[in-house]
Design a protein around this ligand. Structure first.
Ligand SMILES: [Zn+2]
Length: 151
C-alpha cells in the first residue's frame, strides 16, 4: 500500500471509517491540521448493502460486550478491594481472638483459685465450730477438774 500525497502537498493518512454507512471502509485523509484542507479519498470500494446491516450489528455486539467487560472489571476491582479490607478485618479479629482466649484462660485460672479458696473457707467454717466446741468442752472439763481439785 503506497502513501498518498494530498493536492495541497501534505502526506495523507490511511484511516478506517466506523460509521453505519461505511463500516470498516478505509480512506485516505490529509494530515494537515486545522480547517485549511479536509481532503479525503476512499481507498476501499463501497460496501454492499448487506454488510452495511451486518457489520454495524456486529460492532454494536462488540461494544456491548466491551461494556460488560468494563463493568465486570470494575466489579472485580471493587471485590478485590473489599477482599483486602475483609482480610485486614479478619487479621484484626484473629488478633482480638488470641487476646480474648488468653484473657479467658487467665479468668478461668482465677476462677479455679476462687473456687479453691471458697472450698477451703467452707471447710474451715465447717471444721471451726467443731474445734471451738471441742475447746469449750475441754475448758469446762478443766474448770470442773480445778473446781473438784480445790474443794
Ligand atoms: Zn491537504
Amino acid at each position: 500500500m503506497e502513501g498518498r500525497t494530498c493536492r495541497c502537498g501534505h502526506v495523507m493518512d490511511l484511516k478506517t471509517s466506523w460509521t453505519d454507512t461505511n463500516p470498516g471502509r478505509r480512506f485516505f485523509v490529509c494530515d494537515q491540521k486545522g480547517d485549511r484542507c479536509r481532503c479525503f479519498v476512499w481507498y476501499d470500494p463501497p460496501i454492499c448493502d448487506r454488510s452495511k446491516v451486518v457489520i454495524p450489528g456486529l460492532l454494536r455486539s462488540i461494544r456491548r460486550l466491551e461494556d460488560e467487560i468494563s463493568t465486570l472489571q470494575a466489579d472485580n476491582r471493587r471485590l478485590a478491594a473489599e477482599n483486602i479490607r475483609l482480610e485486614a478485618a479478619n487479621t484484626s479479629f484473629e488478633s482480638d481472638n488470641i487476646t480474648l482466649q488468653a484473657e479467658n484462660r487467665r479468668l478461668q485460672a482465677m476462677d479455679g483459685k476462687l473456687r479453691d479458696a471458697k472450698r477451703r473457707q467452707v471447710q474451715n467454717q465447717t471444721s471451726a465450730p467443731g474445734s471451738s466446741r471441742c475447746w469449750i468442752f475441754f475448758a469446762i472439763i478443766l474448770l470442773l477438774g480445778v473446781w473438784v481439785f480445790m474443794y
